[in-house]
Design a protein around this ligand. Structure first.
Ligand code: SAM
Length: 240
């Protein structure tokens, strides 16, 4: 069964968005994955199709109603084992490791928050996994859902042109990736590092490893602390 994404949103017209273009779009056309955007408002039962209400305890903004959202979730994912994600700045930050797990599964149900967020009881009773895409606030969960799906879809089997290239990315081996160069040999007075054109594959691998470590230490020392035992040959695919 191809990977199946169901997105619950107040703005279904935002999907598939950029995922309808390029390699993800071609894979979508080929049926290698599917996406369905479901309008949460269709599950409101009053004549104004109300989806939000004022926060208990007072304060600014509105909160997505649990009854409406629960009906939507139950309708699209009753009796099945796809993980249910809630896009949320309070969630666990998305990692490439979690992306790999999700891409190996049957699909995902993604709930996009709006306003101040969603009622806590629907998070608890419907077992929603809160996922953040970074420490900043978006106006809604839709762009976050597109980010999560982009990361998943690009590593589905057969989606990327060169399957191996996905194994050499930043984070895959616990390090940021080394810098890249291509022709021309001389650009605005700057040469490609000689080792990369030496034809010595062992030396190239060593240089890439050293550069990956240098960049990681400089920009993301937290990654090195979490991956003290990273021993990686960048010429080899990363073992999962
Ligand atoms: C304006 S935000 C709500 C922010 C919330 N009041 C807070 O302070 O945590 C509206 C919705 O956008 C989505 N969102 C905003 N920032 C996000 C982020 N960094 N990662 C994932 N989703 C995000 C969530 O679905 C959220 O419910």
């Amino acid at each position: 069964m191809p990977f199946r994404a169901t997105v619950l949103t107040l703005y279904p017209e935002m999907f598939p968005g950029h995922l309808g273009a390029s390699l993800a779009g071609k894979a979508l056309e080929r049926g290698q994955w599917s996406i369905e955007a479901v309008q949460i408002r269709d599950f409101a039962e009053d004549k104004h199709r109300t989806v939000d209400d004022t926060p208990a305890g007072g304060g600014a903004g509105m909160v997505l109603k649990p009854d409406v959202l629960a009906r939507a979730i139950d309708q699209v994912s009753a009796d099945e084992d796809r993980p249910r994600l809630l896009m949320s700045p309070r969630g666990r930050p998305l990692t490439q490791a979690r992306v790999r797990e999700l891409s190996a599964g049957p699909g995902v149900v993604i709930v996009c928050g709006r306003f101040e967020g969603v009622d806590q009881r629907v998070i608890d009773t419907r077992n929603l996994e809160e996922v953040s895409i970074g420490d900043y606030i978006l106006s809604g969960g839709e762009p976050a859902a597109l980010v999560v799906l982009d990361a998943i879809v690009r590593i589905l089997p057969g989606v990327m042109g060169n399957e191996l290239s996905g194994l050499h990315e930043s984070f895959e081996g616990g390090l940021l990736e080394h810098p890249h160069y291509t022709r021309p040999q001389l650009f605005e007075g700057q040469e490609i590092p000689a080792v990369l054109t030496s034809g010595n594959h062992g030396a190239v691998a060593k240089w890439r490893e050293a550069e990956a470590r240098r960049l990681t230490a400089e920009r993301r020392p937290d990654l090195l602390e979490h991956n003290q035992n990273v021993e990686r040959d960048p010429a080899q695919p990363v073992k999962k």
